[in-house]
Design a protein around this ligand. Sequence first.
Ligand SMILES: Nc1ncnc2c1ncn2[C@@H]1O[C@H](COP(=O)(O)OP(=O)(O)OP(=O)(O)O)[C@@H](O)[C@H]1O
Ligand SMILES: [Mg+2]
Length: 479
Amino acid sequence: MTSFSGFDLEPRVLSAVADAGYKTPTPIQAETIPHALKGRDVLGIAQTGTGKTASFALPIISALINGRARARMPRSLILCPTRELAAQVADTLDIYARYADHLSRALLIGGVRFEGQDQLIDKGVDILIATPGRLLDHFERGRLLLTGVQIMVVDEADRMLDMGFIPDIEKIFRLTPFTRQTLFFSATMAPEIERVTDEFLQNPARIEVAPRATTSENTAQSVCTFKAGRKTRAAKEKRIVLRNLIAGQGEGLTNGIVFCNRKSDVDIVAKSLKVHGFDAKPIHGDLDQSHRTRVLDEFRQGQVKLLVASDVAARGLDIPNVSHIFNYDVPNNVENYVHRIGRTGRAGRAGSAFTICLSPADDAAFAAVEELINLRISRIELPDTAKEEISRLDDSRKGTKGDRKTKPRSARTKPETPKSKDRDTGSRPPRSQTRQASRKPAPDPGERATVLGMGQHMPEFMKKPFGPNRASVQSGQEP
Ligand SMILES: Nc1ncnc2c1ncn2[C@@H]1O[C@H](COP(=O)(O)OP(=O)(O)OP(=O)(O)O)[C@@H](O)[C@H]1O
Ligand SMILES: [Mg+2]
C-alpha cells in the first residue's frame, strides 16, 4: 500500500492523516490496517517508533465514527501499561479524530481524581483509553459496563500479559463480549508470552514486519564495560562514567533519557547529575502523578535536558527530540532493552544508545540482550576523562587517609548519597578494565536507502515537516 487513500478508511480519518503530514503508511500500518478494517483480530509486531499507534487508532476511529455510545458503556477500549503512555495515546487519538466531531474519548488512569473520569463515562464514551488498575476500579465501583466494547486494543501486549498484569487483563477480557475484535501490538513478544495470546485472540492476522525484538537500525548502540576499583566505590565510579559519557556527547545530545533499574537509583543519579551541573530530573512510579506528568511535559518541551527514569518510561513514549539513551543499568528484563533504546531513533531519525556494564553479572545480562536482538554491540573504551576522575579519587584517598583496603563499616552499609562527597577526590591509577572497541559511527539516515520498519519512503519523509510531532521538534511543543 503506497498511500493511505488506498485503505478503506473513512474520509474524515484520511483528512486527519493528511493534516498529520503522513504521506505513506509505514509497513506495520500497510499490513495491519486492512485486516483491522475488516474486523479481524490482529497481532502486530514492529520495531519501536514505526507507527503502531496509528495502526490501531485509524481503524477504530473509522469503525466508530458514525455511531453513538450509551452512558457508561464504552464502544472501544485501549489498554496501556503506564499512565504516561495512556495519556499519550489519548493525545494522539485527538489528532487522528480531529474531524470526527461526535466521537468522544476518555482517559482513565490512576493517580488522579475519579470525579472527572466518572462524568465522562456517564456521558457515554466511544473510545476509552485506560490503565488496567483504574479501569477495574471504575468497574468495581459500578460506574462502568464493558459489555458494549466492540474493539479492544492491548498496546505493549507482551508487557500486559506478563506476570504482574495478567490477572487484571484476564478479568477485563472476561467483562467484554466474546464477539469483540481484539488487536495486540508490541515491538517484542517472547515465545512464552505469545502462547498466552491465543487465549485472547481468535484466528488473528499475525503480522511481523521484522523479526521480533529487532532494534532500530538508525540508533548507534555501544556498551562501555569497566571494572570498579573497589566494590564499595562502584556506584560512585559508575556515576563518574555516566557523567563523562553524557558530557562526551557535546552538542549532539539534544535530549537524553538515563534508565536505572531501581527507583532509589533514579533519585540518586538525578541528584548526582544536578549536583554536577547537568539539567536532570527524575521520573518513577513512586512519585506523585502530578509531579510525573509535569516532569514528562517539561522534558517533552525541551525544558529539561535529561530525564532519569525507571522502566515506567521505557515503553511507547514518543518524544521526537530524544537523541540519546543511557542505560545506567543493564535492564532486568531483556525485552526492555529494546523498548528503552526505542525512545530514540524514532520515525527514521538518528539516535544513540549507551549501556554501562560494571560487573560480570552485567556482562552476562548484556550478552542475553545481544542474543535477543541478534546483534553484537560495539564496545567502547572508558572515556579518558572518566579514567582521570576515577584515578583522582584514589589520589585523594592516598593523600588523606592512606590507601585503606576497605572503608569503615558505616560507609559500606550506608548508600552513597550524591552530596558533596560525590564530587571527585582521589588518586590511584585506574584499575578499570575496558574492552577495546570499535565505536560504530551514528549512521547518516539521509544516506541510507531504507530505514527498517519505516519502509523505503522514510528518508524522504525525514527531510520534510510532517505535522504536529515534527513541528514540535522545532517549536518545543508536543501534541
Ligand atoms: N505513516 C507515517 N508517516 C510518518 N510518520 C509517522 C507515520 N506513522 C506514524 N508516524 C510517526 O512516527 C512516530 C512513532 O509512532 P508510534 O509512537 O505510533 O510508534 P510505535 O511503533 O508505537 O513505537 P513504540 O514501539 O515505541 O510504541 C510518531 O511520532 C508518529 O507521529
Ligand atoms: Mg507504541
